[in-house]
Design a binder for this molecule. Structure first.
Ligand code: HEM
Length: 348
């Protein structure tokens, strides 16, 4: 196991060897060969040119890639995103539960809080789809979906369920129900997975936070140092080879915001967690900063992510929660989402 990136005092972030190696070898590099069929790219200008050169194809889209071979149409993805945004807005209109106990192991505690906050009124067969033990594409997920779709009974019209659940329940046949439940998972799970990961990363990097630091700046700086979406993959395209001679016609391109976000050419003290660097700075207009993707096709969920993460930070700060003082290291495994695991949070 390798160690790198001491971010706050005695806290050490232990990256998985593959990521640690990327950080040690290619930080500050522009383009480099990762394997015979993949070129890594961390130079901000080249990333910008690549992502501008063509839109993502349907298989490159993290949320709305085809489900069991069925393409997701634009109206379908828009309807799902509208439903989940409204559910998040409705949840945020509820008053803060200031007494909530957010101590325990993160990101699990944050995940459960968000699931109950936004989808708490949904039937169990839907809520179970956000279970952290279900991997994104495993057979187990489909077993759970298949069982749920076969169960009789749907929420009655007007039942107090999320808009997303109401949309899901409108499916009539077994096949459509299976598809709808798969899409429920695609739209609901990121709310819990990504936001709890982001807030766990923030706690790890900076808690306890000083009173003069804004949630916004904490989150922007966390997204820089530990971006949950740490890589963007684009499959081989002639457009890319035309942009840079290091990229061949058959090379896939793996863009690595994780490296760009720590490049010494772009940031002063790149490994230091310093939320104040964002005060008065527009994150959408900062070269080499792309935690939510490229300006041309930025994350559709980011308008939900920031207020949900801020809600959690408000509660954590009001309740005086922080990483347990005796925890000095946390691991970041190699996973789709980059985040610390096993973070012990206690009340100070
Ligand atoms: C910390 C939270 C999140 C981060 C850091 C994040 C990051 C990203 C990034 C980097 C992209 C661009 C991907 C690419 O160009 O290849 C993206 C796209 C997208 N994100 Fe997010 N995201 C977050 C949360 C969410 C949530 C909660 C949702 C939905 C509920 C969501 C829905 C989408 C959608 C629909 C797209 C467009 C592409 C697609 O169809 O998948 N994201 N996100």
């Amino acid at each position: 196991m390798n160690i790198s990136g001491t971010d706050r005092g005695a806290r050490t972030t232990v990256f998985t060897p593959r990521i640690d190696d990327l950080l040690r070898t290619y930080r500050g590099a522009e383009a480099f060969r990762l394997d015979p069929g993949t070129v890594g790219v961390a130079g901000p200008e080249l990333i910008d040119e690549i992502l501008r050169s063509r839109p993502a194809n349907e298989f490159e889209r993290p949320t709305f890639k085809p489900l069991k071979g069925r393409s997701i149409t634009r109206p379908e993805s828009s309807a799902l995103m509208r439903a989940v945004s409204q559910d998040v807005k409705a949840a945020l209109r509820e008053p803060d539960h200031e007494k909530v106990d957010l101590s325990g192991e993160w990101p699990q505690v944050g995940h459960a809080y968000l699931r109950d906050l936004v989808f708490g009124s949904d039937p169990y067969r839907y809520r179970v789809l956000m279970d952290r033990r279900l991997e994104w594409t495993t057979a187990m997920t489909w077993t759970v979906i298949g069982t749920g779709a076969a169960l009789p009974g749907v929420p009655r019209p007007g039942a107090p369920v999320s808009q997303l659940a109401a949309l899901t329940a409108a499916a009539e046949t077994y096949g459509e129900r299976r598809h709808a439940m798969g899409m429920y998972r695609r739209a609901a799970a990121p709310v819990c997975f990504t936001v709890s990961t982001l807030v766990a990363n923030a706690l790890w990097l900076g808690s306890p936070f000083g009173d003069d630091v804004s949630n916004r700046d904490i989150l922007l700086e966390t997204l820089r140092l530990l971006p949950p979406s740490w890589n963007l993959l684009r499959v081989a395209s002639p457009e890319f080879a035309a942009l840079d001679e290091r990229i061949g016609e058959r090379d896939d391109v793996l863009m690595l915001p994780l490296l760009t976000h720590r490049s010494p050419a772009i940031w002063d003290d790149p490994d230091i967690f310093r939320p104040g660097r964002w005060t008065g700075t527009d994150p959408d207009d900062h070269p080499g900063y792309l935690p939510f993707g490229h300006a041309n096709e930025r994350c559709w969920g980011r308008h939900m992510v920031m207020p949900l993460a801020e809600r959690l930070l408000d509660l954590l700060r009001a309740g005086d929660f922080a990483v347990a003082p005796d925890q000095t290291s946390a691991r970041v495994p190699l996973a789709g989402l980059l985040g610390v695991t096993g973070v012990r949070v206690t009340r100070r």
